[in-house]
Design a protein around this ligand. Structure first.
Ligand code: UD1
Ligand code: UDP
Length: 379
């Protein structure tokens, strides 16, 4: 039996680590210890509730308007005691947040093996996304096992001279989560109210977009709603007060703009399922939308998720107001283009990434002798 400590703290990490925690719990050879940093408080708790996960440790680090240094130092110091008390055999971190980086650093300082879930995503642009690109590169340098979601992510790690044996392709656990969240009979007041309309689902929160880029995005979105009577914009706002201030300034007081609280993940996935298309600067949403066959306009200049662009579901549109408006206009008027983007092929996973990760951990520790097979995209 090996003790596996999972460390996560933000909404996307929680959504993508939840299926893995549940899988670890089912495995008789692995003993999970769940540590949350609560870098996000309300948005994390909502996910824990949905998946019925009770953390063993909660560092409760979030403070309003927290700086990156504050999160890093609070997580690092908070984890020291927990790691020393529990002596885990391996620590699992996810993705590229400050919790990820500080969690890996704490594991490294305590000489505990590190497994990095969603490893190998890259833009190779230090400031886009900021600070996530460097968080994930530094985490890769500390990790012992790299769970790459795609072949491309694995190749990035091999190019960086990571050992071939340490990098495995598993698919993304986001798709595991979607096996339980989408309900064909799903209903909501907002969807019912706008059932004869085309819904554009918007999410925006990236640090590098706060300020002028976000202003451009929101102005373009409002203009497009004014252009088409049959279009409704639904924006579940991130909890970040800096994001909310801009959203209220440009999107308030419109009968066909729903400026709402963050949706529970079950609601969000079902809203995405019912949307006409999605506009977003989120990372996770770029992975989820292809499995729903929803076109996505990516509100960024670069993406670490090129597979979705190659598959034709994602389109990089940047943050310039005229460009965003033009892409929105095209997708609403050009049915051929819309249909071409509406492919349901998903390069990001088949819903069994968590199982593969558990098998690889057992193989790493010599608890099983057969090497698990990697995830392959069905063509
Ligand atoms: C973080 C991650 C980012 C991820 C995003 C997901 C880093 C550096 N960035 O960015 O990669 O895409 O989460 O959403 O780790 N807040 C609340 N309640 C909450 C959550 C946030 O009030 O439940 C507010 C707080 O005032 C906080 C602010 O939002 O200061 C920003 O949160 P923070 O975690 O610092 O950065 P994010 O931009 O959310
Ligand atoms: N999400 C959610 N409710 C919302 C908006 C998004 O549950 O109102 C989910 C979404 O399905 C995805 C994740 O949150 O799984 C993405 O998180 P976010 O965009 O905050 O972070 P990122 O993926 O960019 O790091």
């Amino acid at each position: 039996m090996k003790k596996i400590m999972t460390i996560f703290g933000t909404r996307p990490e929680a959504i993508k680590m939840a299926p893995l925690v549940l899988q670890l719990k089912k495995d008789p050879l692995l003993q999970p210890v769940v540590v949350v940093t609560a870098q996000h408080r309300e948005m994390l708790d909502a996910v824990l509730d949905t998946f019925g996960i009770e953390p063993d440790y909660d560092l409760n680090v979030m403070t309003p308007g927290q700086s990156l240094s504050q999160i890093t130092s609070r997580v690092l110091v908070g984890l020291e005691r927990v790691i020393q008390d529990e002596s885990p055999d391996m620590i699992l971190v996810h993705g590229d947040t400050t919790t990820t980086f500080a969690g890996s650093l704490a594991a490294f300082y305590n000489e505990v093996s590190i497994g990095h879930v969603e490893a190998g995503l890259r833009t190779y642009n230090k400031y886009a996304p900021f600070p996530e690109e460097i968080n994930r590169q530094m985490t890769s340098n500390m990790a012992d096992l790299h769970f790459a979601p795609t072949v491309q992510a694995r190749q990035n790690l091999l190019n960086e001279r990571k050992s071939e044996h340490a990098v495995v392709v598993t698919g993304n656990t986001a798709i595991d989560a979607m096996r339980t969240t989408i309900h064909e009979q799903y209903e909501s007041d907002i969807l019912r109210r706008h059932q004869d309309k085309r819904i554009i689902l918007l999410t925006a929160h990236r640090r590098e977009n706060i300020g002028e880029p976000m202003t451009h995005i929101f102005k373009a979105a409002r203009r497009i709603v004014d252009t088409f009577d049959d279009v409704v914009l639904v924006y579940p706002m991130h909890k970040n007060p800096k994001v909310r201030e801009i959203a209220h300034q440009y999107l308030d007081n419109h009968a066909r703009i729903e400026l709402i609280e963050p949706l529970d993940v079950v609601d969000f996935h079902n809203f995405a399922h019912h949307a006409y298309f999605i506009m977003t600067d989120s990372g996770g949403v770029q992975e989820e939308a292809p499995s729903l066959g929803k076109p996505v306009l990516v509100l960024r200049d670069t993406t670490e998720r090129p597979e979705g662009v190659e598959a034709g579901t994602l389109r990089l549109v940047g943050t310039n107001e005229a460009d965003v408006y033009q892409h929105l206009l095209q997708l609403l008027t050009d049915v051929t283009q819309y249909k071409a983007m509406e492919s349901a092929d998903n390069p990001y996973g088949d819903g069994y990434a968590s199982e593969r990760i558990c098998e690889h951990i057992k193989y790493y520790f010599g608890l099983i002798s057969d090497k698990p097979s990697p995830f392959k995209v069905e063509k």
